[in-house]
Ligand binder design. Structure first.
Ligand SMILES: *Cc1c(COP(=O)(O)O)cnc(C)c1O
Length: 381
């Protein structure tokens, strides 16, 4: 069996789908773009997004000539606030996107009910959510379609990569067609990726933490590292050349191997999260709600009063505290207006993006982080 088909089969088991119902793309953003295309989104259409996302999400909407409409977030889910959703809906609304931010499940029942009543599609951005569940179902199955990322920092990695699933036969047929029409990655793309696998393996650099974040962002901004956003994607709303690419067998081979570890990784993350929750609860701090969901806890977010001070302290004590999503349109800091977002209209997102830190859910990092949190509990909101 080819690596591509084997990988699809493995993903299908996780997602309770047949292998030919999993559609692979070069990156998750490309999978999202394909989903929007399959839903026939174009000029004149509006796509509702949480006002706290990765800039590549509104980019895909803009590349198709449609308009992103943002909804402020609920600080408990880090996803769009359902009570503010209806106000954002117009007769032009074609799609509502909800998001597994940090691996947390959104209020899917409420969101899909509102959408269904009005004949609007729903898409789950499960870029952070692979392996999580909502009311017993794998993330990504409650909405009309969903996409997942296997970029370095996501649930499991193929370096870069993404995939899509859908519920309706029509959308599946379109996705299948689009998957086959995407440009095959060039020899250079694939070789570059293989080189990065090698570098990552031998230089165990944790790109998520410390000053590496800065180095990594600098490199990716200048297109010196494949695997995150290229410069154009964070400075403009123009679609870069060669954007619509397919998944390569090199990524599939990587995915086959890394996916085997996902079960253990998820177990560890859940254990890490429960330790954080226990500690935070004992001090009366906010914890993540786990009533209906099995969150996948890619990261454990907490809000702190003074982030730069908190992160500086953590760095000096070698505690892995990340600052993911420190902007409403991660990782863009300025000129959000180009993407149609004005911070002033989304006070919760603005606040969260200025106060959030992410605790590592890698078990080996938990004891030190717990100690650090205990010592600095007064800095946590
Ligand atoms: C990373 C990310 C994406 C895009 O994933 P890629 O595979 O890098 O394209 C989309 N949405 C969110 C919320 C993300 O964090």
């Amino acid at each position: 069996m080819s690596p591509i088909n084997q990988y699809k089969r493995q993903l299908g088991i996780w997602l309770e789908r047949e292998p030919d119902e999993v559609f692979l793309f070069w990156k998750a953003r490309v999978a999202f773009y394909a989903i929007l295309k399959a839903m026939d989104v174009g000029a004149g259409d509006e796509v509702i997004l949480p006002a706290y996302t990765c800039v590549v999400v509104p980019n895909a909407v803009l590349y198709l000539g449609a308009t992103p409409i943002y909804v402020d977030i609920d600080p408990d889910t880090y996803n769009l606030d359902v009570s503010k959703l209806e106000d954002a809906i117009t007769e032009k609304t074609k799609v509502i996107v909800c998001q597994n931010t940090y691996g947390l499940a959104p209020d899917l029942n409420a969101i899909t009910a509102i959408a269904r009543q009005r004949g609007i599609y729903t898409v789950e951005d499960s870029a952070h959510g692979m392996g999580g569940r909502y009311q017993g179902k794998p993330n990504g199955l409650m909405t009309d379609a969903a996409f997942f990322s296997t970029q370095w920092n996501k649930a499991f990695s193929t370096g870069i990569g993404g995939f899509a699933v859908a519920n309706s036969p029509e959308i599946k047929t379109e996705l299948k067609r689009l998957e086959s029409e995407a440009t095959t990655p060039s020899f250079l793309n694939v070789t570059n990726l293989q080189l990065l696998y090698w570098v990552r393996q031998y230089l165990v650099i944790d790109f998520t933490y410390y000053s590496f974040v800065g180095v990594y962002r600098f490199l990716s901004k200048h297109n010196l590292v494949i695997g995150s956003s290229n410069g154009e994607e964070i400075t403009s709303i123009q679609q870069p050349a060669g954007y619509f690419k397919s998944f390569s067998w090199v990524q599939a081979r990587k995915g086959i191997k890394t996916l085997l570890k996902l079960d253990d990784i998820l177990e560890n993350r859940k254990q890490a999260a429960s330790e954080y929750s226990k500690l935070l609860a004992s001090y009366g701090k906010k914890i993540q709600d786990t009533r209906e969901h099995e969150h996948s806890y890619l990261q454990y977010p907490v809000l702190v009063s003074n982030r730069s001070e908190f992160v500086k302290l953590a760095v000096s004590e070698r505690v892995p505290v990340g600052d993911w999503f420190n902007s409403p349109l991660h990782p863009v800091q300025e000129n959000l207006a180009s993407w149609g977002l004005d911070r002033a209209n989304f006070p919760v997102s603005d606040y969260v993006s200025k106060h959030v830190v992410n605790l590592s859910t890698e078990l080996s990092k938990v004891p030190r982080t717990l100690e650090f949190i205990k010592t600095n509990i007064d800095r946590i909101i």
